[in-house]
Design a protein. Sequence first.
Length: 555
Amino acid sequence: MIRQKIRIGDILEEKGYITNLQLMSALAEQKESNFTKKLGEIFVQNGFITEKEFTELLADQLNLDFIDLYGVEVDYQLMSSFSINMLRNADAVVFMEDDEYIHVTVSDPLNYESVELLERSIATKPIKLHVSLHSDILYIFDRLDIISTTKTIVENIKKEVNSGLYKTDNEQSSVMQLIEQILKSAIKVNSSDIHIEPSGFNVSVRTRVDGVLRESFVFDLDVYNALASRIKILGNLDISEKRKSQDGRFSMKVYNNNYDFRLSTAPTMHGESIVMRILDSNKILLKLKDLGMEEKNLKLFNEILSSPYGIVFITGPTGSGKTTTLYAALNEIKSIENKMITIEDPIEYQLPLAQQIQVSDKIHYGFADALRSILRQDPDIIMVGEVRDSETLNISVQASLTGHLVFTTLHTNDAPSAITRMIQMNLEPYLIADSLIGVVAQRLVRKVCPSCKKVFIPPVKMIEKVKEYIPKNYQFYKGEGCIKCAFTGYSGRTMISEILRVSESVSHMISINMNKYEIARKAEKEDDFEPMIIDGLTKALRGDTTLEEVLRVAK
């Protein structure tokens, strides 16, 4: 390989990523580490440039192609034919072979000793070198480990299927053992969802931990049909129906705890995508103070909850914790003196002192139908799981105007947008003004792992986005990654929120159909309303979460 001298620090300074002072500082830090730290690593750690920007810049300077490993099909069988230890040491992935070359991608093409060792070891054909992110290369090695660890179970399933011994209702079958293994591994890391996704080449099992998906298993396609059929039987679904989406539910004891699993299937190009939501039957309902609301927002929310009647909306995207907040609010105000009725699809957890009604489109009993009937049940407090149409919204508002306290959810990006959304659903502004008492918009952000938390300087471009909201002497944090957080740097989640309380002035603006920006500005001046980004930055500056997380979920 032709060795090229690249003065990466000078290039970064020339392109405006760093100043000369920052370059001198990084060189001094490298010297202090006895040159164990690479200069590029120091620039990324200090937030001068992102890993992707640095890697793409390096590839450009060396006239090499940058490869996104998530966008190519990696030949794992080819990769397994080489020394994995050698590839790990070189931080390299052999991802493809064609008529002319064996294609290899590395994170550091300037590590000439490792690259030359690769060239000598892969003697069958010349190698064509590419550049990829270090984090993407680590993902490929993790996937290779996952394939290796599940190999025995998969082989047993194949034997059963090929020998004709496999039966879908056999509780002791290898496929049932595989399902139990998937559920156990997901519950062990506190996952909220399990995703089983077939592709054209294999089946990936991913689990959502703290709101982010991570891969747990990879299987051959041969295993998929047996796995999908057994899961559908568990959820009482039609195993012959593969063209339509289906929903189901099943219960299972895992680690001596009872869990419910909400099941959803959807037809895709390569087979049915299966998602299982994990519901802990023994889960204790959270109290409002445990949700992660800042003191100011918690006080505002408690004031809203003390209202005798009106409608309260909890807004946010799917998976933002709206149902948890609803349950916590109802748990706070439940009383033997009040009748509380909930309408849900589906009922996730049992709520003390509440009559919970399950609606179902299959039997043509929706939210609007249930709402009409429960108004004759003399309720004081009503919870509607979700407002999906104008009819449900209208009945909910009418219920709030006739002396009921109504809680429900909407899918909007922020609190003021809930007003716009209701108008789009053909509700008159004067009805909104008369009925609405408050809107809570929320997101969930991952918390920094306390075991590996350290001060962190975010990239300059990231700071530019929020500089008007943060002090001059700011300090942010991140987790370096350790065993306790599975080397993610995060452990658990907390809420960031904004709460719009509808005061008389805001109510007047709604009634005359003012836009959401004017309403938000008025609420900021007079009613202690603060945008969600402020709440997120407060937590990031305190070290509860990272700036990157806040910007991932809030605008």
